[in-house]
Design a protein around this ligand. Sequence first.
Ligand code: CP
Ligand code: NVA
Length: 305
Amino acid sequence: MNKLKGRDLLGLADLSAGEIQELLHLAAQLKAGQINLRCNKVLGLLFYKASTRTRVSFSVAMYQLGGQVIDLNPNVTQVGRGEPVIDTARVLDRYLDILAIRTFEQKELETFAEYAQIPIINALTDLEHPCQVLADLLTVQECFGSLTGATVTYLGDGNNVAHSLLLGCALMGMNVRIATPPDYQPDRGIVEQARQIAGRSEVTITDDPVAAVKGANVVYTDVWASMGQEDLAEARIPVFQPYQVNEQLLSMADSDVIVLHCLPAHRGEEITDEVMEGLRSRVWDQAENRMHVQKALLVSLLGAD
Ligand code: CP
Ligand code: NVA
């Protein structure tokens, strides 16, 4: 746990496989009530995009550890009025113990990390959503007992969630298949990074949703237009329709397949109501796990009292 003290989490590959395994183990212990850790520190939340799960799960996790949370809404802080990030970062560094940021550009997150000494956590950028995927890995581990060798198929847009999933699966020795419309494939640099990490496990990028789902243990989807892309949402619907997670597509997967969605979901678009509410869906456990895994992350980056 001490290995992570003082570090940043800007992308999932900032962690090694062993460090992820330790975080998941700690999260499982915290979830089961087997240990009770205290961390009387102050977490800042600087979110330029909407959030329910990330905001609330980080806040509750910090409160349960005995710490405090400050919501640095950009609408009421000077950074939202144009105060330079390099100035804001150095000032917040003097007040806070740790800062979670949700923004657009990965570069902005990196600038915060460069100018602040405190741990900076990526709470979602256009490039990655590492905290989400840590919770996803915990959910898969709970369902199947282990991660190694499981096949995870992601259908939809090659977005931030797809990127962190690629890296997370590659790190943990899982097979990962990303099926997107041809013009919506994940970032090439991230795919290359995942392939280098993966070694012998599968990293497949395809436009064929049926082939991708065959034999999958986990089928995962996310919105077809992410925050900041709202204007593109309607035009994307017909393009993405073949990638909808529905009963017909799921019948091609492994008989024990589970379905994940990071939420919020657009029922009737990337996932049907039937699948969301169906027996294979693990989306509520997945959402709950955000809190346990982020509690483990906070206490690991900050150290327990
Ligand atoms: N999955 C996720 O990050 O949800 P929020 O946008 O509600 O935080
Ligand atoms: N890809 C989505 C994830 C939301 C949690 C977005 O960035 O809006």
